[in-house]
Design a protein. Structure first.
Length: 729
C-alpha cells in the first residue's frame, strides 16, 4: 500500500519555562502573497476567540498530568524523574502568564487575523503554539519560539509554504489532531468524522503520563501488592512502546496501547521509501530514532532504548562526552557481544577532542525544525567511498569540511585498511543501484537479500526486489519471504507479489497472518478477489477510515472505490485529495485518471496540466497526457508531451518507447528508431521494445537490423517475433 505523508511536531520539550509578567498576549497572523510574516500584538479590545477543547478535557489537562498522583506513594523516585521530563511536558494548555510573554510587541502596521493559542507543544529546544480552528482542529503554527534566547523563528525556513501547500500551517500537514497529538498525549482518541470532516479528539491526559507506557494501572493502584494485577512487559514490548512514537510511521488503526506489537498498529518507514534515508541507513528526512535503531547492529544484537536512556527522565544513564556510555559495552574484551574498542587507537584522534567521541562519528547530528539537533540512532560506519559513489554523508567530511572526499577515502584506508570493505558498504551500493531501477543489479540484490541477518534491512531488500517480482528467481525468493519471521519482511513480500494477479493464491493465506500490517497488505493486494466476508476486509475498511483525513488516505479511498467499481465514490475521494493537497502532482494525477475512467477526458486533461504545473520536475503528468491524447487520436499532441517527459527524465524508458511508436505513426522513421533504441537500453528486459524496433527497421528498409532486433525480442520470450522473422525477406 502507498504510505501516507507524515510530518510531526518535534517531541523534544523541557521543564525550564520562562517566568514572565502576567499579561495576555495575542498572536497576529498576516500573509503577503505567499511569504508569511508574523507579529505579536497587545490590544485593548478583547476579541472573541475560538476554542475547541471542552471544559472536561481542560480539567484533565494539567501539566505534568495528574495521573501520577496515583503512583507517587510507591514510585516516588520514578515520578520525581518523570515530572520534569520531556514526556511529562510534551503538551500543555496555553498559559498567558508563561507563554508568549517578554516579546517586543508591535503590529501597528499589520493587518490580519488575530488568534489566541489554546495549547502548546514543547518547552525546548522550541515551543510550538496550537491555534484552534473550526471542526475541532488545532493547527501547529510554523512560527515557533526558541526559549533559550527568546527568539521567534519560522521552523519551516528557508522554505515558504504557499497557502495551498499541504504543509502550510493552516492545512492538514500541520494539523495537530492527526499529525502530532498521539505522540504528545496519553490515551488519545483522534475522533475523526468522515462525513463532517471534523474532529472530536479526546484524551486522558496531556503529555505522556504513566498509562501511555505502562497501560491502565487502576487495578494495580487499588491493590498494589497483588502481582496478578500488574502487567510486566518484556524488554521487546518496552522497545515497541518507544517505537510507537519515536519513529516515522504510518498509523494503521489509532488503537495502540502499551504492551502491544508495533506491527499490529504501524508501518515503520525504512529506506525502501524514496527520499527518507540514505542507502546506508543514515537519516535524511525527519525519521526519528526507532527505524534507524532496528536497522542497526546494536538493535539486532539485543541492545534496547532502556540500556542507554532512563525511561522516566529521558536522560542518558552515563555521559557521552567522555565515551563512558559507549564504553560500558565496548570496553575490552567487549560486553554482551559488543566489539571491544580502544578509543584512542580506534579514533586516531587525541583524547578529549571531537573526533575522539564515539557519538560524533557514529551518531551524526541533523537539525530539524530549525532548532532541534538530533543524533542518528543507526550507528552507521562513516564511509567516504559511499559519499563518492552515492552522495551519502560521512562524519569525516562533516567535521573536516575543508577537506575533499578523496582525502577522507585515503585517510580511512590508511587507518582501517580492509576493514572498510565491509558488507554494509556492499549493501548500500546495491541499494543505490536498485533505487535507480538498474536491471544489472538484480543478481547482487538477490544475493544480498538472502544473506541479510538484520530483519529490518531484509525487509528493505525484499521490498526493492519488487521491481523484478516476475523474474523466476525473485518470485521464488518472495514466496519464501512470506514465511519470514519478521512481519516487515512478510509485508514487503506481500506487496511485491500483489503486483502479479497470478500470485493471488499465495497472498490469500496472508490475510490470516498474526500481524495486522501483513493482513492489511494482503487484503489490499487482492483487488480483484476481495472477500467481504473475511475479517481482513473489515480491518481494511477500518484502516481506510482511520487515514481518510489526510490526502494520501483520500487517494487510497479513491483507489479502493475504483477497485470496487464505485466510480462516484472514487471521484469524491480523488477530488478531496486534489483539493486538500493542491500542490501535489500525484493527487492531481490520480484525480485525472479517475475523471478519465468516469468518461470525462477533458477534465482529466485539465487536471494533468495542473499536475505538471505544480510539479514541473515530474515527467509522469506529461506521459499520462500523451496517453490521453493517444486515446483521442491526437498524435501531434502525443509527441509534444512525450518529448517533454523524456526531457524532464531522460531515463524514462516507457516514455521513449511510446515516443518511438508515435514518431513511427508520423512516418518519422529515423527519429522513431533513435527513440526506440534509447528505450531498449533503458528497458533491456522488455521484449515489446526490440519487437517494435524490428518493425520500424523493416519499414525503413534496414532488414539486417530488423532481423537482429526481432531475434532479441524472441530471446526474451516474445513469440510474435518468430512470425515477424518468417515474414522478413
Amino acid at each position: 500500500m502507498p504510505r501516507k505523508k507524515s510530518r510531526k511536531a518535534a517531541p523534544g520539550v523541557h521543564s525550564n519555562r520562562m517566568r514572565l509578567p502576567m499579561v495576555w498576549m495575542i498572536l497576529v497572523l498576516a500573509s503577503v502573497l505567499g511569504a508569511a510574516w508574523w507579529k505579536f500584538h497587545r490590544t485593548a479590545e478583547q476579541p472573541v476567540y475560538l476554542a475547541v477543547i471542552p471544559l472536561d478535557l481542560r480539567r484533565a489537562s494539567g501539566t505534568p498530568p495528574d495521573e501520577a498522583r496515583n503512583c507517587v506513594a510507591c514510585h516516588a523516585n520514578e515520578v520525581a524523574d518523570w515530572k520534569d521530563s520531556h514526556h511529562a511536558n510534551a503538551n500543555r494548555l496555553f498559559n498567558p502568564q508563561t507563554d508568549l510573554a517578554e516579546l517586543t510587541v508591535g503590529g501597528q502596521n499589520g493587518v490580519g487575523t488575530v488568534y489566541r493559542p489554546e495549547a502548546v507543544i514543547g518547552v525546548t529546544p522550541l515551543v510550538q503554539y496550537l491555534i484552534p480552528f473550526p471542526g475541532g482542529r488545532l493547527q501547529a503554527l510554523n512560527v515557533s519560539l526558541d526559549p533559550r534566547n527568546g527568539e521567534w523563528f519560522d521552523m519551516q525556513a528557508p522554505e515558504v509554504r504557499v497557502p495551498d501547500d499541504w504543509s502550510n500551517w493552516r492545512n492538514r500537514g500541520m494539523n495537530w489532531n492527526s499529525q502530532c497529538a498521539f505522540c504528545h498525549m496519553t490515551n488519545l482518541r483522534k475522533g475523526y468524522d468522515v462525513e463532517s470532516d471534523s474532529y472530536q479528539t479526546t484524551w486522558d491526559a496531556m503529555g505522556i503520563a504513566c498509562a501511555q507506557c505502562h497501560g491502565s494501572m487502576e487495578q494495580h493502584a487499588a491493590k498494589p501488592n497483588d502481582p496478578t494485577l500488574f502487567h510486566h512487559m518484556s524488554i521487546q514490548q518496552a522497545m515497541e512502546n518507544c517505537g510507537s512514537c519515536h519513529s516515522r510511521r504510518e498509523e494503521l488503526n489509532g488503537t495502540f496501547h502499551a504492551g502491544e506489537k508495533i506491527s499490529d498498529h504501524y508501518r515503520v518507514s525504512l529506506p525502501d521509501e524514496a527520499g527518507l534515508y540514505y542507502p546506508d541507513g543514515q537519516v535524511k528526512e525527519e525519521d526519528y530514532e526507532y527505524g534507524s535503531f532496528i536497522m542497526s547492529r546494536m538493535g539486532n544484537k539485543g541492545v534496547t532504548c532502556l540500556d542507554c536512556h532512563n525511561p522516566h527522565s529521558g536522560k542518558l544513564r552515563l555521559p557521552v562526552e567522555n565515551n563512558a556510555l559507549c564504553i560500558s559495552c565496548h570496553v575490552p574484551p567487549g560486553q554482551r557481544g559488543a566489539i571491544p574498542v580502544d578509543i584512542v587507537t580506534h579514533s586516531h584522534h587525541q583524547a578529549g577532542t571531537a573526533g575522539d567521541r564515539c557519538v560524533d562519528c557514529h551518531m551524526p547530528v541533523t537539525t530539524y525544525m530549525g532548532r532541534d539537533p538530533r543524533r542518528d540512532h543507526g550507528f552507521t560506519i562513516p564511509d567516504p567511498v559511499l559519499t563518492r559513489e552515492l552522495g551519502v554523508p560521512n562524519s569525516c567530511n562533516r567535521c573536516h569540511s575543508d577537506k575533499s572526499v578523496d582525502w577522507a577515502i585515503e585517510t580511512t584506508v590508511k587507518w582501517y585498511g580492509e576493514k572498510m570493505d565491509r558488507s554494509t558498504r556492499e549493501r548500500a551500493l546495491v541499494i543505490g543501484r536498485a533505487e535507480k531501477n538498474d536491471d544489472s543489479v538484480l543478481p547482487e540484490l538477490l544475493t544480498v537479500a538472502k544473506a541479510e541477518e538484520i530483519p529490518a534491512w531484509r525487509s528493505v531488500l525484499v521490498s526493492l526486489l519488487g521491481t523484478w517480482a516476475q523474474h523466476p528467481d525473485v518470485h521464488s525468493f518472495l514466496e519464501k519471504s512470506l514465511m519470514d519471521g519478521n512481519p516487515l519482511a512478510r509485508s514487503a513480500a506481500v506487496r511485491d507479489l500483489s503486483q502479479d494477479p497470478a500470485s493471488a493464491a499465495l497472498i490469500k493465506p496472508m490475510r490470516d497472518d498474526p500481524s495486522q500490517l501483513v493482513r492489511l497488505d494482503a487484503a489490499w493486494g487482492l483487488r480483484d478477489a476481495r472477500d467481504r466476508a473475511h475479517s481482513s476486509y473489515a480491518e481494511l475498511v477500518e484502516y481506510l477510515a482511520q487515514i481518510s483525513d489526510q490526502p494520501a488516505g483520500a487517494l487510497r479511498q479513491a483507489q479502493f472505490a475504483m477497485d470496487e467499481h464505485r466510480i462516484d465514490d472514487a471521484l469524491r475521494w480523488s477530488a478531496k485529495a486534489a483539493s486538500w493537497d493542491a500542490t501535489s502532482g500525484e493527487a492531481h494525477q490520480v484525480h485525472a485518471m479517475v475523471l478519465n475512467s468516469a468518461g470525462k477526458p477533458g477534465e482529466a486533461i485539465a487536471e494533468l496540466r495542473k499536475a505538471g504545473e505544480v510539479d514541473p520536475s515530474n515527467a509522469q503528468p506529461h506521459f499520462l497526457l500523451a496517453l490521453l491524447y493517444g486515446e483521442a487520436g491526437q498524435t501531434d499532441d502525443v509527441v509534444v508531451e512525450l518529448k517533454k517527459a523524456v526531457a524532464i527524465d531522460p531515463a524514462f524508458g516507457r516514455a521513449w518507447y511510446n515516443l518511438g511508436l508515435a514518431l513511427a505513426q508520423k512516418e518519422q522513421l529515423s527519429d522513431s528508431i533513435a527513440a526506440l533504441r534509447r528505450a531498449e537500453n533503458l528497458l533491456p528486459a522488455t521484449p515489446e521494445v526490440p519487437y517494435a524496433l524490428a518493425t520500424v527497421y523493416a519499414r525503413a528498409g534496414q532488414m539486417d537490423e530488423a532481423r537482429a532486433a526481432a531475434r532479441r525480442a524472441l530471446s526474451l520470450g516474445y513469440s510474435p517475433a518468430s512470425q515477424l522473422l518468417q515474414q522478413l525477406p
